[in-house]
Design a protein around this ligand. Sequence first.
Ligand SMILES: Nc1ncnc2c1ncn2[C@@H]1O[C@H](COP(=O)(O)OP(=O)(O)OP(=O)(O)O)[C@@H](O)[C@H]1O
Ligand SMILES: [Mg+2]
Length: 235
Amino acid sequence: MWLEVRDLVVRYEGAEVVKGVSLHLEPGEIVTLIGSNGAGKSTILRTLSGLKTPAAGEIWFEGVRIDGQRPQTIVKMGMVQVPQDRGLFPYMTVAENLKVGAYLRKDRKASARDLAEVLSHFPRLKERARQQASTLSGGEQQMLAIATALMCQPRLLLLDEPSMGLSPLMVGEIAKIIREIHEAGTSVLLVEQNSRLALKLASRAYVLETGKIVIEGSAEELLHSEHVRKAYLGE
Ligand SMILES: Nc1ncnc2c1ncn2[C@@H]1O[C@H](COP(=O)(O)OP(=O)(O)OP(=O)(O)O)[C@@H](O)[C@H]1O
Ligand SMILES: [Mg+2]
């Protein structure tokens, strides 16, 4: 398995928030993790990125055990997270934010080329390269957060609620960008509360409820599951 999470347990000051989660992802997949507020979705992503140390369990990426590794090491291995709060530097411009994204890269020339390449996929950002990040609209900020992650050349992108707070039109644009990134060869682990969108984009899905996976299957299966339809699709 490419990414494998085995029996992961995560605690905050004694409170168990992730209670023995196992999941996996293969190259080329978009897999989604859906669940309500407080289910533990962001905690799982933060633990994958090395920002939180698990209390128990193991995380393996490309045959290497990565739980306990530093976040920088995990980024260099190709797993890059776009955090729920977007993680931008508000007082820096769009271009400066993107350059910080490439900071971990050694090859300066390649980084400059990537800046142009990444911007070519985001015409809205290209037009706003010198604009301060804090003055971007919510959707543009989400685009910048994704673009910044792309500067690290991820092979696996971890997206934490990219549709949060966006208008239906902008949600559509973000969905298109996620599809393009996937088509260009990057795998995606997508955390979403917009379950309908997530199940449309992903081929497989996990449903997380209070720290436990309660359902897993193909997106198609979940779209037809009675529980998912009632609890997550509002049918
Ligand atoms: N730093 C922290 N210290 C203590 N408790 C925390 C911390 N971060 C998260 N929690 C708690 O852990 C639980 C899971 O939070 P998490 O952010 O992982 O949920 P989530 O599924 O991402 O929710 P949302 O959809 O609202 O983003 C919540 O009860 C939250 O209050
Ligand atoms: Mg969250």
